[in-house]
Design a protein around this ligand. Structure first.
Ligand SMILES: Nc1ncnc2c1ncn2[C@@H]1O[C@H](COP(=O)(O)OP(=O)(O)OP(=O)(O)O)[C@@H](O)[C@H]1O
Ligand SMILES: [Mg+2]
Length: 326
């Protein structure tokens, strides 16, 4: 667990990057730091692994003040994907990914297996990439290596600063999904920075919205979208409220309402929905497939069928709620 206790950071010249931030990141949770450029997201994140030191307040990891810990040892236990990538230019891809496992004393055999596993995870063919240098990669490929490096030593805490920022929408979505799959298997405590509210809603168990260094709201994606705490949050959500509302409703969350009954197909069909798929993805799948009912799966396990009329009822319900409030 990461605890922020009235944490502030001022730089010289009167810049207060973070002001009196108090919050907790629960163990196994993905907390998204969301906010516009300059709102203090990177500063907040870097104070966790002491790349920046707070001017006031304390940050505790499992009850221990980070300022009382050896910064090198501290950082070994915290994966970090740096904004704007930050790979070591003189090291190959394999060497970049292997940095922390090597420091942790892993055997060369285990390190090289891990490097291949991480490359496969981020969708890069190991044999094509291990010997390249960062200058021989595209921006998006570099960013994937950055993510692989952050996760390589399997640290319990991972800090990710706009890890998918430089990717095209398709690759970005693919990596987000892979990351969510991975996350559902190995629960890590993740602090994830983005300025994209859609990404925040998709990735976060909770979202901390910052503005000018101050926490505006700390809430689940659904609470944030349905009940903005103030005018700033409302403005930040902009004209995407309906879409965001649909996005916060996953198959898993609507399961109790719709029941999703039916018999399991013989094998998983080509068109199916995962339990974490949102109403938006469900609409999209119906649009693309022309099906009248789609099967929903929790990993390999069949959960039930979602008939199209049920989905449309749920969508209408979301729209109804929005209308009533306005
Ligand atoms: N070393 C520094 N010296 C002075 N001011 C700084 C320094 N680093 C950051 N700041 C200022 O602190 C504020 C917060 O910066 P920070 O990098 O945390 O923002 P951010 O939310 O990560 O923004 P972005 O989305 O653009 O990455 C900004 O106003 C920035 O100019
Ligand atoms: Mg930043």
């Amino acid at each position: 667990m990461i605890t922020f206790e009235r944490v502030s950071k001022s730089y010289g010249g009167g810049v207060e990057a973070v002001r009196e931030l108090t919050m907790e990141v629960a163990e196994g949770e993905t907390l998204v730091l969301l906010g516009t450029s300059g709102s203090g997201k990177t500063t907040t994140m870097k104070m966790v692994n002491r790349l920046i030191e707070p001017t006031a307040g304390r940050i505790l990891i499992n009850g221990r003040d980070v300022m009382q810990q050896d910064p090198i040892a501290l950082r070994r236990g915290i994966g970090y994907a740096i904004q704007h990538i930050g790979l070591f230019p003189h090291m190959t891809v394999a060497e970049n990914i292997a940095v922390v496992p090597r420091l942790g004393g892993w055997s060369p055999q285990r390190v090289s297996e891990r490097v291949e596993q991480m490359l496969a995870m981020v969708g890069l063919e190991p044999s094509d990439f291990i010997d390249r240098f960062p200058s021989q990669l595209s921006g998006g490929q570099r960013q994937r290596i950055g993510v692989a490096r952050a996760l390589a030593a399997d640290p319990p805490i991972v800090l990710m600063d706009e890890p998918f920022g430089a990717l095209d929408p398709i690759t970005r979505e693919q990596l987000q999904d892979e990351f969510l799959d991975l996350e559902s298997e190995i629960q890590k405590t993740i602090v994830f920075v983005t300025h994209d509210v859609f990404e925040a809603v998709k990735m976060g168990d909770r979202i901390a919205l910052l503005h000018e260094g101050q926490l505006q709201q700390l809430a689940t994606p659904r609470e944030l979208v349905e009940c903005p705490a103030n005018g700033f949050v409302d403005q930040f959500l902009g004209h995407h409220r309906f879409q965001l509302s649909l996005l916060t409703r996953t198959m898993r969350s609507v399961l109790p309402e719709v029941g999703l009954s039916g018999d399991a197909p013989g094998e998983r069909p080509e068109a199916f929905l995962r339990v974490r798929a949102s109403l938006i993805e469900a609409l999209d799948l119906f649009k693309c497939s022309g099906l009248s009912s789609v099967a929903v799966y929790d990993r390999q396990e069949f959960v039930g069928h979602l008939p199209k009329p049920q989905l449309l009822r749920l969508v209408a319900q979301v729209l109804g709620e929005t209308e009533t409030r306005a």
